[in-house]
Ligand binder design. Structure first.
Ligand code: ATP
Ligand code: MG
Length: 250
């Protein structure tokens, strides 16, 4: 099993859109995949499933087993450990846990048969998120091409450096194998200039770009994949997702 976490300290950069899209795409290619909704907003859960009885925090609190919580989505091979957006328990769990190893202890042993595990997270970075960064194999920062999300990325980098020292884990920066630049609009010259200057600061980093495409909004409303014929995503967008999947399946 290989696990990925999509992170940024700035909200609204596309973590959910990209983690769900990649999870669906991995599943479509025949990989047994589970999306773990680690955001109390429960956005990926509402995208992928209509009903569920239990949520991730019930597992993390030791109330139920992983198998009782795991939901088969309407996509073959794609499963979900959901979070309730309303009256859920994840916010309270995340703000009180001090256990950096809760996923290794309570979740991973039951998911050995899965090929891929995708964590969708909130912009927070407390002990809960430190534990996720520590247990995931790959950290994928997701930025929008604007100053505020670049600031959020910088904060994330600082947080990863501090956390590596604090919990004496494997170098968390080394878990970044590529960075996603989301919502690129080629018509905006200023944005291209911003991206160019931004990338110059990170010589050794591979950047993968996703264009602005309303098919993400459509897919969330229709609870579908951007790859579905009814969504009519732009070719540049599906090509961009293909490139990300190529990196993820290397
Ligand atoms: N490439 C894109 N093109 C157009 N719209 C996009 C794109 N990516 C994301 N969006 C839209 O931007 C909004 C924010 O995206 P999303 O919810 O995925 O961000 P997030 O990082 O998960 O946010 P949060 O920090 O609140 O969890 C959504 O309305 C989504 O549909
Ligand atoms: Mg989100």
């Amino acid at each position: 099993m290989k696990s990925f976490v999509f992170l940024n300290r700035k909200g609204g950069t596309g973590k959910t859109s990209i983690s769900v899209t990649c999870a669906i795409e991995l599943a479509r290619r025949g990989f047994k995949t589970v999306l773990v909704d680690c955001d109390p907003q429960g956005n990926s859960s509402s995208w992928l499933s209509k009903n569920f009885q239990y949520e991730l925090s019930d597992v993390l609190n030791g109330k139920i087993k992983v198998g009782e919580c795991l939901v088969q989505t309407h996509f073959e091979n794609l499963f979900l450990l959901p979070t309730f957006a309303i009256n859920g328990g994840l916010q309270s769990f995340a703000s009180s846990t001090r256990n950096y190893y809760v996923f290794e202890d309570a979740v991973f042993p039951s998911l050995k048969d899965f090929d891929y595990l995708i964590f969708d997270t909130s912009p927070a970075f407390g002990d809960f998120e430190k534990g996720i960064a520590n247990c995931a194999d790959v950290i994928v920062p997701v930025l929008k091409l604007d100053q505020f999300s670049a600031d959020g990325f910088q904060t994330l980098i600082e947080n990863l450096i501090t956390t590596t020292k604090e919990i004496r884990c494997k170098d968390l920066l080394e878990k970044i194998s590529f960075v996603i630049l989301n919502q690129q609009d080629k018509r905006m010259k200023f944005q291209s200039l911003f991206a160019e200057n931004f990338m110059k600061n990170f010589d050794d980093t591979q950047f993968l770009t996703i264009p602005t495409d309303t098919s993400f909004v459509k897919a969330q409303i229709l609870k579908n994949s951007i790859q579905d014929k009814s969504i009519t995503a732009r070719k540049e967008t599906t090509d961009a997702i293909d490139s990300i999947i190529r990196e993820m399946t290397k």
